[in-house]
Design a protein around this ligand. Sequence first.
Ligand SMILES: [Zn+2]
Length: 253
Amino acid sequence: MGADWTSVAEIGGTPSTRASEGFAERATELQARVHEAHAYLTAGLGTDFDPLVIVADPTDWALGEDEAPPYGIPYATDELELVIPADPTQNFLVDTYAAFGSRESAERFADLIAVHELGHLHVGELRLELPQGWLSEFLATYLACCFLTAHRPEDAALWYTLSRAHAEGFVPEHRSLETLDELYFGVGPDTYIWYQNTLTLMVERVAPDLGLDFALRLRSAGLGSDSDTRTTLAAAESIHPGFEAWAASLRET
Ligand SMILES: [Zn+2]
């Protein structure tokens, strides 16, 4: 059932936003970014809903879900909530990316992940049923990158640059899409981040060709929440050739 965020104070503005104590100003900045991205995706995809943005400190973090991800990894809920970490100094994602770029760029990148989470909400509102796994994560980043490329090209460049640096510089414990689909967050936090960055490198190859059309075309691919990796790969391949060779290359290395 719906989470109880009433202990987290509401700030004004659109979309509706709540912020942990002491983070109202930061929440206003994040709200503006979500607002801009939401307008872009709504217009391009024909979706229509009102997200709730929660900018949470470590204490408020898990109010939204019993099994919330570790503090620092933004998450979206079935209740159309976007939960974003308030404090970049206590964020292990920022620490991770700071090792591959400046601290400032890592903080910026971590904030942009809110747009990826917004992407998940739009996928759900498109009535696109996807299994939890590579395609769902790919598509959320895909939508985020379409927005950034169109409206925030410097942020798109930052996203691609840091993703590539981590994807090529970190040695993961697992590499195949099949394993991501099977274990999901169970691959471990650092390998999970590597998977996200590896997916971004494929987004960078496809998004310039198809833009938001890729997401719209996936709706007629007949996918469901129990589709296996082979089925999701075949669906993506039918829209933009290259996915199956890419997946094979991940298995081999
Ligand atoms: Zn995601």
